[in-house]
Design a protein. Structure first.
Length: 219
């Protein structure tokens, strides 16, 4: 069983890169989820403001995911992964240059857009890359890798915040975002669009014909 789970058929280069891309980006995501509210309160913001940030992020993220979902097939996984990870890193970078609460609010809501482009793509790529008989194992490893990063990031981020300041914490998030973007570049596109029938190709006729015992389909 364990030999199958750690088979080379599953643990190829692109599968490992996709895991790293999403796991490293999860550090950036966790920093903003767990410690941005602390920073906002430090600047004089309110709990209501931090709640409104999450509401705006969630709503924009939902809308973005609805729009992006069909584009994952049309544009391709690789292109959206690179675009999404790049925009997500730039979004994190913008936090390093402002302390204005209104700007911070806008940037946090904008995270809903960049997350909506980026985060739906890695699990889709895992499904493309993984052998069919190892798909459940692949999705399990994918979930575990991101969850582990989420579990340890608040402790690491808070240590950076307390010892080096909020700017260093934000820069650490930016660096991890840029690493995630860089790792997305060598990943290959594994999705193949289904072949479309030619326009002049006759379609098979289907219908029903009656027999003594009832109706049956013929083609």
């Amino acid at each position: 069983m364990f030999a199958k789970m750690f088979s080379r058929r599953l643990w190829n280069r692109d599968f490992i890169l996709v895991l790293l891309v999403c796991s490293i980006a999860s550090y950036t995501n966790s920093i903003f989820i767990s410690l941005l509210p602390v920073y906002v309160l430090y600047l004089g913001g309110t709990n209501a403001l931090t709640g409104m940030m999450m509401t705006g992020l969630t709503l924009l993220g939902m809308v973005t995911r609805v729009i992006v979902a069909p584009l994952i097939d049309r544009i391709g996984r690789k292109k959206l992964l690179v675009i999404g990870s790049g925009l997500y890193a730039l979004n994190a970078l913008a936090f390093c240059f402002t302390k204005d609460l209104n700007v911070l609010f806008a940037l946090r809501v904008l995270h809903g857009f960049t997350q909506g482009i980026f985060f739906p793509v890695p699990p889709t790529m895992v499904a493309d890359i993984s052998p069919e008989d190892l798909l459940v194992d692949a999705m399990g490893f994918f979930g575990i890798s991101s969850s582990l990063v989420f579990a340890v990031t608040p402790t690491i981020g808070l240590a950076i915040y307390n010892n080096l300041g909020p700017e260093a914490m934000f820069w650490s998030a930016v660096i991890m975002g840029l690493i995630s973007f860089a790792l997305s570049l060598p990943i290959k596109e594994h999705y193949q669009r289904p072949a479309q029938p030619e326009k002049n190709e006759p379609r098979p006729k289907t219908g029903l014909r009656r027999q003594a015992y009832g109706w049956t389909r013929y083609s």
